[in-house]
Design a protein around this ligand. Sequence first.
Ligand code: SAM
Length: 464
Amino acid sequence: MRSVFIKTYGCQMNERDSEAVAAQLVAKGYTLAPSEAAADVILLNTCSVRDFAEQKAIGKMQNIAADVRKNRPDVVLGFMGCMAQSRGQELIDRLPDVDLVLGTQKFHHAADYLDEILAGHRDKIVDVAAEQGSEATIREHLLNGNAQKSVTAFVSIMQGCNQYCTFCIVPYTRGEERSRSIADIVAECRQLVSQGVKEITLLGQIVTSYGKRGFGRAELPLGQDAQQRVPTTKKTSFVQLLDAVHEIDGLERIRFTAPHPKGYGDDLIEAYARLPKLVESAHLPVQSGSDRVLKLMHRGYTRDRFLGIVKKLRRAKPDIGITTDIIVGFPGEIEDDFEQTLSLAREVQFDNAYIFKYSQRRDTPAAGMPDQVPLKIREDRNHRLLETVNEIGKRKYHAFVGRRTQILVEGPSKKNPARMTGRTRCNKIVVFEGAERHRGQLMDVKITRAGSFTLYGDPAIVNL
Ligand code: SAM
């Protein structure tokens, strides 16, 4: 029996693609190797969002190739995902030990291509072409290899991006936006729930653009119940999808990522108040607090509009957890722009923020913009913003101490498997002294302590 090891770089979309490829290979009789040292096939699922991520994957493949080719010449090596898509054949020219380069619309061909290579029918395969309908091919799940029940699952609702932010390579690596149908997504969610999943995260590059292109408007009539509870017909396809997923019996929680701030219309804000399964959590990538920089980035909103969305969300759900992505050192960003980002972070009081030093990406408009910011300044701003974000995060996490909160228990803690972890509705990890039997339960815990972006719950008052 052949074994495969997949290493994933980058975002949750990549994690989900890797899971689907792994599930596809398991269905074809492969086993999942615990490390690359034991695998017959080694695949790196790559990220192109920053140069650092690309260099890491290339360096990793160089090391693997040097090691494997000496001792185990028959091992198949492959790149897949975003960097595979953007670099294609160039990767094999640079690393001749690589056998397979699989683009972002080709994940579902992984097993067939590997069969051909392993059988010796083909030597090298590079497939990075566009493929119609590929958005509906990321559907197989592993659910922890079926050994233990997985409580949460990611469901890919669309592929691609049409936003063309000037810094971002994603529209070039993931192609045009294409959405799956509501019926197809709901069927996948139902299947997951029937297997014990309690929480589903709907995934896409910009989920708030769901259904705008591809299949047009939502085509599935909503259930009677949903229609009665929804007074307005002016709903985006994304909110119609939320309504449809919300109808699934046995599903406890719905999350989604990533939305675009400009997609936060009143119908979506209203959905938070209206749909009890939609949890109080929003990842709202702001990128900058300066209107001048937001315009250069082609983000399509102003600082004021962003603050207005946050205000409305907090009015609808006062306990909502709000996280964000911020880029520091975008071309032309001066100290005053950066100070506006700092002040926005303070004003919003994000629960957490992912901070990125701007990275020049090939073929993106920002790569050719004047006034690229020197690395030293980008590092300094990164450090200063991180300090601010951590300080705010610490305060926000400490505010939970003494409160009772509901968690969904996901499984043993990664850091200390003797403990269990759960997640609050507002997306905070809670570690507590639980047992395997708690997995999948919704329970109230009292928060006793706060660490760095982690909460600790008191087992004494866990509802058993
Ligand atoms: N689709 C989401 C959106 O547009 O809001 C996020 C996708 S992206 C994979 C995740 C984050 O990476 C972005 O929100 C941005 O902060 C960061 N990012 C993207 N391109 C970047 C670049 N060239 N340099 C630094 N950070 C970048």
